[in-house]
Write a protein that binds this ligand. Sequence first.
Ligand code: FES
Ligand code: FE2
Length: 340
Amino acid sequence: MLRNHWYPILEAASLRGGRGKKSIGIKRFGIDLVLWRDAEGKAQLLPATCPHRGASMAGGRIVEGDLVCPWHGFRFSGTGHCTLLPCEGPDVRIPKALNLPVHPIREEHELIWMWWGDEQMSYPKIPFYDDVEAYGGYTEASYVLPYNYSRMIETNLDLHHAPFVHGNVIPVGTRMLDFEASLDGDRITSTGMLVKEKIAARGEKKGMMLRADLILPNLGLVALTPSLHLLVCATPVDEEHSWLWFRYRQTYTHSAMLGKILTWISVHSELRVVQKQDRRIFDGMTPGTIDDFPYAFVHSDKAIALYRNLRSQRLESDRRLETEAVFRAHSHPASSAAEN
Ligand code: FES
Ligand SMILES: [Fe+2]
């Protein structure tokens, strides 16, 4: 899992605030987490396991903006501090062992984002497709899939499987023309036209122009038409599972209601047809990450190859930084001992 990035972890709309609302539990990066909205409506996140005696706080009540553990009622604020031990009364000194570590989160683009990595003095901007126009309503959905997230990201950059897997809903040809893929910083951009073989054989370029982009670590954009975009991400639940989120946006109409209907139909055909077709392929794949297979890439896979290279470079630099940190931690006690 690539460190030191912002990852989308939940749709902001699914985190409801207000009286009587409970917290919700999710698992990301192999950690059980609990999220809620505090008294000001601000999203908060903590590890879900209570430091007192290990109950899960997922689903716990919210009182005065703090999370209440369902077992003995200990309360926790979004800063990770334990604020109340009902059994000991309000004047007791609360032991530090009852505090929880905090993972930074943000709410942007109607998503909750979590920082996965080292603590920073200041955090970078959340990556998004700000340059791609979006208006007039959207629809989104998400669910957990039993595959490593890197394989899900790879498939969002794969345009030329469409005629074989989704031919009955996406009427594209099998020949990829004018395919281009490039890398700019943390962003991969790819475009190509899928043309019916008969038309390509006549030397004509009449087909469906598609675009698939990725912003590291995991935010994809597929333009099915210039006015219908699919935003998609796969965030690690653990090594073997991903949280797949997708949102259809459109620029056909400024009407929020028509936009909602159009994107609702797109999301539901994606859920009922397109993703079921993909799963038939995924279920037959050998489990593992994108790095576990040699692959024999062809030109139309260039965007996937760029992702794999970029990912392995970043994993390598993460490993180097980790080794340096361990080395520093070990060298410090030795140097202070020498000084004494
Ligand atoms: S286990 Fe949470 S308060 Fe006791
Ligand atoms: Fe697909």
